[in-house]
Write a protein that binds this ligand. Structure first.
Ligand code: HEM
Length: 312
């Protein structure tokens, strides 16, 4: 085992699997701050945001004030380069999201401009993309519906999804977004809604999800058709994905900024940390089949436990 325990080990506690709220107070400025992976992460983000814009970015009407506030925070935290506010070339209006591509065919690039977009809308759209290219984490903007108070996803940039489609979630309320996750809404929809409604400015609230994949790619959009975890598997074909998340109140616009930072760890590295290997094996053993299925782990469960066995 290596000397220092990395932070991702905490995502794998030695306890039976359960949906957990698991929020801890943290710093949004630190969460969005550049790391030693900055150059590589930003190059990847730029690639996806420019080549597959409609799947990675969206800004619905009414989301502009949330974006303005998020952009102001990025400036305040010095995480937005001065030149990123100029309109990047070939980036005018692929549609600002909320539409679902008919299939997984590559989208045209450069994408056609929308004639209905005015100058101000174009500016906001450019800023939405600029923030997606400046921050290492993905970011999502949530806004409470004026009538019901339910939080809806109204925009953001998601380059590194774990097998979900950002473009299909845009415009949806959070409970609808969470529908594919077995039993999540019945257990946590109300606590999540109450928590978001009472979020106070200042601290970020942080939690983590994890998953396993047969690919080390950060961008695991379903359209990419990446390989699935099916037996037989070698140790060097499995990666742990840890999604660190931060929730931060946007008090002026009454919205929420949601950041997702992805870390991918080879299984061999996970096994070098016995606490992590133990926590992962226990989660796999105790996870209900419906949840294993949702996480695309059902077929590979025994194989994964076999690969982890030496350490547990
Ligand atoms: C405290 C708040 C939250 C909790 C406890 C929570 C919990 C979860 C859990 C347990 C999963 C399943 C992930 C897995 O195990 O693979 C999930 C998935 C997901 N969550 Fe959340 N979540 C929260 C807030 C949010 C917010 C604010 C968003 C913003 C839109 C969001 C978007 C998603 C999406 C897109 C998925 C994937 C759904 C799919 O597979 O179609 N969550 N969440």
């Amino acid at each position: 085992m290596s000397g220092v325990t990395p932070a991702w080990v905490n995502a794998l506690p030695d306890e039976d699997y359960q949906h957990s709220f698991g929020l801890k107070a943290g710093s949004a400025e630190k969460f969005f701050a550049p790391t030693e992976r900055h150059v590589d992460l930003l190059a990847q983000r730029r690639h996806w945001l420019r080549s597959d814009t409609a799947r990675c970015a969206a800004l619905l009407p009414g989301a502009e004030p949330l974006l303005e506030e998020a952009t102001a925070l990025a400036r305040q935290w010095n995480s937005l380069p001065a030149d990123s506010l100029s309109s990047p070339q070939g980036r005018r209006g692929p549609g600002r999201g909320g539409t679902t591509p008919p299939n997984d065919a590559p989208l045209p690039n450069p994408l056609p401009a929308l004639s209905s977009q005015g100058e101000g809308e174009d500016d906001a759209w450019s800023r939405c993309l600029a923030l997606g290219e400046a921050w290492e984490p993905d970011y999502l903007l949530l806004k409470p519906d004026a009538a019901t108070g339910r939080f809806h996803l109204v925009g953001g940039c998601v380059c590194f999804p774990s097998s979900w489609r950002f473009e299909e979630k845009v415009g949806q309320p959070l409970e609808v977004i969470h529908t594919p996750v077995p039993h999540l809404n019945e257990q946590l929809a109300s606590p999540i809604h109450n928590f978001l409604s009472r979020l106070k400015p200042g601290a970020a609230w942080c939690r983590a999800n994890w998953g396993l994949s047969r690919s080390s790619e950060l961008n695991q959009h379903p359209a990419r058709g990446l390989p699935k975890l099916r037996p037989p598997l070698r140790e060097d074909e499995v990666w742990l994905r840890v999604e660190d998340q931060a929730l931060f109140a946007l008090p002026e616009s009454r919205g929420v900024l949601f950041g997702i930072r992805m870390t991918v760890i080879p299984l061999a590295e996970v096994k070098r940390h016995p606490a992590a290997a133990r926590g992962l094996a226990r989660a796999l053993r105790t996870m209900p089949d419906a949840m294993l299925d949702y996480k695309s782990l059902l077929a590979a469960k025994e194989e994964l436990l076999r690969l982890l066995k030496t350490e547990v």
